[in-house]
Write a protein that binds this ligand. Sequence first.
Ligand SMILES: [Zn+2]
Length: 334
Amino acid sequence: MKLWFSTVPLFALILLASCAYQGVNEYPLDSAYPAPQDLVPKMNELAGHHPGLLLHRIIGFTKTEYLPIHAIELGRGQRNILIIGQHHGDEMLGVALAFQLFESLSERYHKDDRVQELLDEYKLWIVPSLNPEAWRLVSDGQARTKRKNNRDTDGNGKLDIRTDGVDLNRNYPVFWDIDTETDHLSPFYKGPHPASEKEIQAIIALGRKIKFDLAIFYHSSLTGALSETIFLPAVAEADEEFQALQSLAEFYAQNVPRDYLPGNYFLHKNSTSKVGNARNFFYHSLDVPAMLIEIGGVNKTGQSIIHPPGKMVRRIVIRHEKALLKTLQRMREL
Ligand SMILES: [Zn+2]
C-alpha cells in the first residue's frame, strides 16, 4: 500500500508532462502565429521605444495582390545577416521566429550586455515572410496548406488555392534549368522562367545591394522527413569555405534540442537539392554562406508537427533565438 501511494503522484506527473509536450498540429492556428496585419503596428511600437535600433523597410511588392514584402533592419553593426522566416505559406513557425527575433532582441538590447554587443557588431535583416500572399491565406485560416504564391498559373482569372502559384524556393536563377518541376499544378512548380516572381526579384535585389556575412532560411516541412535538420547548398566538393559553413551549421544544430524526441538538431551531410533555391543562389551567385533550417518537429509517432499549439511555438522560437545568438557569437570568435 505504501508503495502504491508514493508512486501515484509520480505517475500523475509523468502523465501530465507527456500530455503537455505531446506533439500535435492544431487548427485554427493559435494567436502565437503572427498575422500580416500585426507587423506594421508592432514595428512602429518597437521603433518608437528604441529609436535608431530598428528600421522598417518594404523591399518589394507581390505581383498578383500587390502585397508589401517587409524587412526589418535590426542592430547598429557593420556585418549583415539575412534571416528569412518564410518562403512557403504553410510554414508558419519561421514567421513566429522572425517576430520573436525583432521583438525580443530589441527589448533585450538595453538590458543584456551580450545582446547589445552582438547588435553593435551585426545588423540583422529580418524578412518575416517572402510570400505574403500565402502567409495571409494560411494566417486567415483559408488554407492549411498553401506552399506557393498566388500567381494565376492556369490563367483562368481566379485563385485556385490548391494548385495556383509558383514555389518561390525553386524560382531563384541558379540550377533553375536542370530542375524538372515544370508542371504548374505541382506544389514544387519552378515558375515560367528563372526569377519570374516579384518576391524573388526583391530578395535578389537586396542580396546584390547588401553584402551579407550569413543567410539563414527557415522552413518547416509538412512531410516531416526533413524536420529538425539543417541543409547546406549543393556543392561538388567541400572546399575550405564550405567546411567553415558546415562547422557553423553543425554548431547551430548542436545548440537546438529536438521538440519531442531526445537529442539535438542534425546537420544533413550528404548531397542536397540542386535546384533554384535560396541557399544555392546566395552561396553560388552571391558568395554568401547560406543554410536552410527545418524547424518543424517530429512527435513520438513519427508525425510531422509544423503548427503546434501556442505554448510549444513560444518554446521553439526561444530555443532558436538562443541558438542564433550563440552562432553569431561564435562567428565573432572565428
Ligand atoms: Zn519550405
